[in-house]
Write a protein that binds this ligand. Structure first.
Ligand code: IFM
Length: 447
C-alpha cells in the first residue's frame, strides 16, 4: 500500500492532476459551428442562455492558466475547435492554429502538460449542413484531413491526443434524444453516427501515429454505472442491456474488434479494422444511473432512466453522487491492461456544498483502485471554471472557480483549495481532510 508513515494516501509519482474543458464551452464567440446556431433558436437552452463570450479563452485563456499554476495543477485537457481551424471546407486558418500554438506554449511554460481533444460535440457549419456524420466515407476523409493539419501544426507541443469526446453522448443526444443539434429523434441515425464516430476515431488514430510516432492516442468515453431500480429481474435485465449499448459497445469495437449487435447492421467497416486503436482509455465518470423496465416502451428499448430514491444528487438532479460506480467501471477497464486517465469527473454545485465531499470520495476510491493495480495515470476534474453547459446554459456550475459570465469575474471556491492541496502533495493527507472536510476524516482514514 502506498501509505506514508503519516498515513497519507499517496498517488504514484508523476501522477497528472488537472482539469478538463472544451473549446465551445470556454472560448467564446464560436459563431461558425452548429451549436452557436442552435443557441440562437428560442427554447433550445435553459433560461434562453447563449455561450456568448463564454470564459473568454480565445482572447485570454492565460488568466485561467495562471489559476492552474496557483492550484498546483500539472495537466490540462482542452479541445481545439474545428470550425475555427477549417472555417470553410478545405480552407485552413493559420491564425487560428497559431492561437492554439500560443495556448499550448502557455501551458508548457507553466509546466502543465496538455491533452488535446480533436472533437468535442461541435462541427463547422459547412460540415453540419452536409450531415457529414451520417456519411462514413465523407466523414473519414474530412476528419483525417483535419487531424493531419492539427498534428502538423501542434505536434511539437503535444503528444497526448484524445480523438473524440463521448461518442455515445454525442450520437444519442444529437440524433435520438433531441437535446443537442440537429435535435433529431431517429434511433437509426444515432446508430449510424455512433458507427461513424468510432470509424473517425480509428482514422484519427492512424493519422496521428503516421505524423507523430510518439503520439499517445485515446478517446474520452462517458460511462455510467447502470443498475436496475428495483430488485426485480426485469429492471436488472434492462440495466444490463442499456449498459451493453451505452458503455460496452465502444470498448467492444475498439478493443475486441467486434460490433455490438445494435451497431452491427450497416456498419461501415469490419470492426476488426478498429481493433487496437487505443493507447490509453479515458473515462468520463459522473454518476450511477438506475434503469426501470417499462413494458409500454419507456424512453427507449423498454427502459426508463431513474435516480435511486433518497440519493444525494447535485444541482438540477444532474446525477447521484456514487463514487463506488467509478470503482466498478475502473475494475472493468483495468482488464484491458492499458493506461487509464479519468478524463472527466465533476458535478454542478453552485454553492459548493457538495463538491469537496464529491472530490474526496472519488479520489479516495481512485486511490484504492490504484492500490489494487489499476494503471490510472491522471485525473482531470470537470471543470476548472464555470462554463457554458450546453443545453443547460449557465445554470449548471461545474467550476472549481466560480465565474460570472456577465462580468467575467472569478472567485475561487473552497473546493479549488482542497483540490490544490491534494495536487500539491500528490496525496490525500489527514491534514488536508481535517482542514477542508473534517466530517470525512473517519471515512477517509478509518482506524
Ligand atoms: O460539460 C460536459 C462536457 O462537455 C462533456 N462531459 C460532461 C460534461 C458535464 O455535463
Amino acid at each position: 500500500m502506498n501509505h506514508n508513515e503519516d498515513g497519507a494516501l499517496r498517488f504514484p509519482q508523476g501522477f497528472r492532476w488537472g482539469t478538463a474543458t472544451a473549446a465551445h464551452q470556454v472560448e467564446g464567440y464560436n459563431t461558425n459551428n452548429q451549436w452557436w446556431a442552435w443557441e440562437q433558436q428560442p427554447g433550445r437552452i435553459a433560461n434562453g442562455d447563449t455561450s456568448g463570450a463564454a470564459c473568454d479563452w480565445w482572447h485570454n485563456a492565460e488568466r485561467d492558466f495562471d489559476y492552474m499554476v496557483q492550484l498546483c495543477q500539472n495537466a490540462h485537457r482542452l479541445s481545439v475547435e474545428w470550425s475555427r481551424i477549417e472555417p470553410q471546407e478545405g480552407r485552413f486558418d493559420t491564425a487560428a492554429l497559431e492561437r492554439y500554438r500560443a495556448l499550448l506554449k502557455a501551458l508548457r511554460e507553466r509546466d502543465i502538460e496538455p491533452m488535446v481533444t480533436l472533437h468535442h460535440f461541435t462541427n463547422p457549419l459547412w460540415l453540419e449542413e452536409q450531415r457529414a456524420w451520417l456519411k462514413a466515407d465523407r466523414i473519414a476523409t474530412l476528419f483525417r484531413r483535419y487531424v493531419h493539419r492539427v498534428v502538423a501544426a501542434l505536434g511539437d507541443l503535444c503528444d497526448l491526443w484524445c480523438t473524440v469526446n463521448e461518442p455515445n453522448v454525442y450520437a444519442v443526444m444529437s440524433y435520438f434524444g433531441a437535446r443537442m443539434p440537429p435535435g433529431w429523434t431517429d434511433m437509426g441515425a444515432a446508430i449510424t453516427v455512433m458507427q461513424n464516430l468510432l470509424l473517425a476515431h480509428a482514422v484519427a488514430y492512424e493519422a496521428l501515429h503516421e505524423a507523430q510516432p510518439s503520439a499517445r492516442v485515446g478517446l474520452a468515453h462517458h460511462m455510467r454505472y447502470f443498475q436496475g431500480l428495483r430488485r426485480n429481474g426485469l429492471d436488472g435485465l434492462a440495466a444490463r442491456m442499456i449498459s451493453g449499448i451505452f458503455n460496452d459497445s465502444v470498448l467492444l469495437a475498439l478493443l475486441h474488434g467486434r460490433w455490438h449487435w445494435i451497431l452491427w447492421r450497416g456498419a461501415p467497416v469490419s470492426a476488426r479494422k478498429l481493433r487496437g486503436t487505443l493507447d490509453w482509455i479515458g473515462l468520463n465518470y459522473y454518476t450511477r444511473q438506475r434503469i426501470a423496465f417499462d413494458h409500454t416502451g419507456g424512453q427507449a428499448l423498454f427502459s426508463t432512466l431513474a435516480i435511486t430514491p433518497g440519493a444525494i444528487t447535485s444541482d438540477y438532479d444532474f446525477g447521484e453522487i456514487y463514487p463506488e460506480g467509478m470503482s466498478h467501471l475502473l475494475r472493468q477497464l483495468a482488464r484491458y491492461r492499458l493506461p487509464i486517465f479519468i478524463t472527466e469527473n465533476g458535478l454542478p454545485d453552485h454553492d459548493d456544498d457538495l463538491r469537496p465531499m464529491f472530490i474526496v470520495r472519488h479520489l479516495r476510491a481512485l486511490w484504492e483502485m490504484i492500490q489494487l493495480g489499476c494503471d490510472v495515470r491522471g485525473y482531470y476534474h470537470w471543470s476548472l471554471v464555470d462554463n457554458f453547459e450546453w443545453s443547460e446554459g449557465w445554470r449548471m456550475r461545474f467550476g472549481l472557480i466560480e465565474m460570472d459570465p456577465r462580468t467575467q469575474q472569478r472567485t475561487l471556491r473552497q473546493s479549488a483549495w482542497l483540490y490544490r492541496d491534494i495536487s500539491r502533495d500528490n496525496a490525500i493527507t489527514e491534514a488536508t481532510i481535517r482542514l477542508h472536510v473534517p466530517e470525512l476524516v473517519s471515512q477517509v482514514f478509518p482506524r
